[in-house]
Design a protein around this ligand. Sequence first.
Ligand SMILES: [Fe+2]
Ligand SMILES: [Fe+2]
Length: 281
Amino acid sequence: MTGVVRVAALGDLHCSKTSQGAFQSLFAKVAESADVLLIAGDLTDYGLPEEAHIVARELSTLRMPVVAVLGNHDFESARGDEVRQIITDAGIVVLDGDAYETHGIGIAGIKGFGGGFGQRALGPWGETIIKQFVREAVDEALKLEAALARLRTKHLIALLHYSPIQQTVDGEPPEIYPFLGSSRLEEPINRYPVSLVLHGHAHRGQLQGATTGGVPVYNVSMPLLTRSFADRPPFRIFEMPAGETTVEFPATFPTMTHVDPLRDATPQPVRGERRSAERRG
Ligand SMILES: [Fe+2]
Ligand SMILES: [Fe+2]
């Protein structure tokens, strides 16, 4: 494939039991504007199967690949497996340390976890439960690394719910930074030729930042996009060169323009193994 792939991205739908029909116009706009939709977690509000059925039904109207990671809210009712299954059954690819390829673009997805950023990040020291907390973020980072390692596409996108950098959570109360992301998630991103990082979760964060390796990071949380772009629907479009085009890394191509009519697309699994895939953010 040659040309441009239009990647739509959003996060934090927070679909509730009363959200029936609430996303129809949003997804209609996505259908007009994009070739693939990436969702950065918190598809549901309380992680209930009823909510998952509603969001799955609404998303199933999209005739394009839809790739998602789950967020912390999707686990709130301890029914994350059911939520994942319902969404998967609707044809949505749910990544959890998995890799997926479409239009020549590789997508590695994890939920991620917290722990904080930089020198203030929580370390694995002291009580067992603190070590377990840190271990969770380390495990998520390892899953992301494994997913990135499986991809052979020229263009890689890392899709997360939690933020890998502090910059895109700035604006949130500093007291909750440790619950919004972890620098440990940034490490594999800097080690691979990732073009673009997308995350949600920080509803009051900043739109854009970059890893220490210069990889652009976008917070695509819908509440943030709604506040930031009052004149347009709450999703972003990133135009990326399609498969065969060579680009240099880190690329700087994400834009906010809408072009070309919608193309139908059939999801293609990546070769080899593949997926089987307080209120904070
Ligand atoms: Fe969240
Ligand atoms: Fe959220």
